[in-house]
Write a new protein. Structure first.
Length: 392
């Protein structure tokens, strides 16, 4: 699936902007609220070009598409103009229909530098965009019977929440000191189907792509915690981190996706979705309590890491120190949503300021999930409120 929504590296050399006092390269960053779109007619994806600092004159930016073998991508306006004194301009992107049996493809949106840029302007990087098929597998007769039985019993039309469903997530994350909280509203879609866990008495939903609308945020968090973490390349750190980065480098072609199974709508309109993932830690010889929203992850770079470990290219024997730290990994489950979210743990072990008790409800108008998670390198809980609104 996907790539981070912005390329974020910049050096400090050359040119001066007299209006702002900024001295350094003026970069163009390509950013978006998410990193995927569907091949749906008349639905566009908005990509933002952002400057480091505003210019005194208009800036024209042209775009091109890389790796688009099926000629899927079109720009509604190309080039775009960032007006003088402004930092951003937006280009609308549309996608044609994917070939049959193709679930998704990744293309790269790039600034076409051959069209000309001022001497003091540089491009930070390309933007990787995943185009997904809007075709969903139809429910079987047995599955339709399960959905129908729930609808008859509760009056809630569950079929509204199966397919590609619109989601708005309010994502509130802590800063390094835990205060103030940073809140962001994310809009997108989630692919939802009926889970294999369903029975005649209990329908179970499974979010197979972009669960809770936070997949891109979680990908960005994983990269910031690992490959973009300056501690990994610091001279004082263990050698294993540098070995991992050299042998298994992070590229623009990595794919990352999440899923969430076990979502159980109840007869009273509540929804169960938190799972007990408690386990026994052999290294510390203790029970570890872990009640979380049980996201599952698929990440191409972690698969490459596991292959490199099997081949002996990484691991303790691949370092002069003969040591491999457990945190020298790209494993999503190690870094994301990895601490208990019960009130007891929040009160006794962590800063509870952003903690919220998990809850969810479903009606014919909306399905709402409220929960928190705690990532490995965070300074507090991240709170998420995801609201699903079915199409009319």
């Amino acid at each position: 699936m996907c790539c981070a929504a912005a390329a974020m590296f910049a050096g400090m050399v050359s040119c001066e902007e007299p209006e702002t006092g900024y001295e350094g390269i003026n970069y163009i960053y390509l950013e978006a609220n998410s990193s995927y779109m569907y091949d749906v007619e008349n639905v566009s994806f908005e990509l933002t070009a952002r400057l480091t600092t505003a210019l005194e004159e208009d800036l024209s930016i042209s775009f091109k598409v890389l790796d688009d073998e099926n000629n899927l991508i079109s720009f509604e306006t190309n080039p775009i103009t960032i007006p003088a004194g402004e930092l951003t301009g937006t280009v609308a992107i549309t996608a044609g229909e994917l070939p049959a049996e193709t679930e998704s493809v990744i293309v790269k949106i790039a600034v076409d530098e051959s069209a000309g840029l001022p001497e003091n302007i540089q491009v930070s990087g390309n933007f990787s965009l995943t185009v997904r098929s809007s075709a969903m597998t139809e429910l079987t007769d047995d599955q339709l019977a399960i959905v129908s039985a729930y609808s008859v019993a509760t009056g809630i039309d569950l079929i509204k929440y199966i397919g590609i469903v619109n989601v708005t997530a309010v994502y509130t994350a802590p800063t390094e000191d835990g205060y103030p909280m940073q809140s962001e509203t994310i809009t997108g879609s989630t692919e939802i189907t009926l889970s294999d866990q369903s029975t005649a008495e209990q329908p179970v939903l499974k979010m197979t792509y972009n669960p809770m609308g936070i997949q891109t945020k979680m990908y960005d968090k994983l990269k910031a915690s690992t490959y973009d973490n300056q501690d990994w390349s610091s001279d004082w750190n263990f050698e294993c981190f540098k070995v991992l980065m050299e042998e298994v480098p992070w590229t623009d072609n990595e794919t990352f996706s999440m899923s969430l199974d076990g979502i159980r709508p109840q007869s009273d309109g509540t929804v169960e979705f938190v799972a007990d993932k408690s386990y026994y830690d052999d290294d510390y010889e203790e029970d570890v309590k872990l009640f979380i929203v049980p996201f599952e992850y698929s990440f191409s770079l972690y698969e490459k890491e596991q292959q490199a470990m099997a081949e002996g290219r990484i691991g303790a024997e691949a370092t002069s120190e003969q040591y491999w730290d457990e945190s020298a990994t790209y494993s999503p489950s190690f870094y994301l949503n990895c601490y208990d979210t019960t009130e007891e743990t929040a009160t006794e072990e962590f800063e509870p300021a952003n903690w919220v008790e998990s809850s969810a409800s479903i009606s014919n108008e909306k399905m709402v999930f409220t929960f928190c998670l705690f990532n490995y390198v965070d300074y507090g809980y991240t709170k998420v409120v995801a609201t699903y609104t079915p199409s009319e």
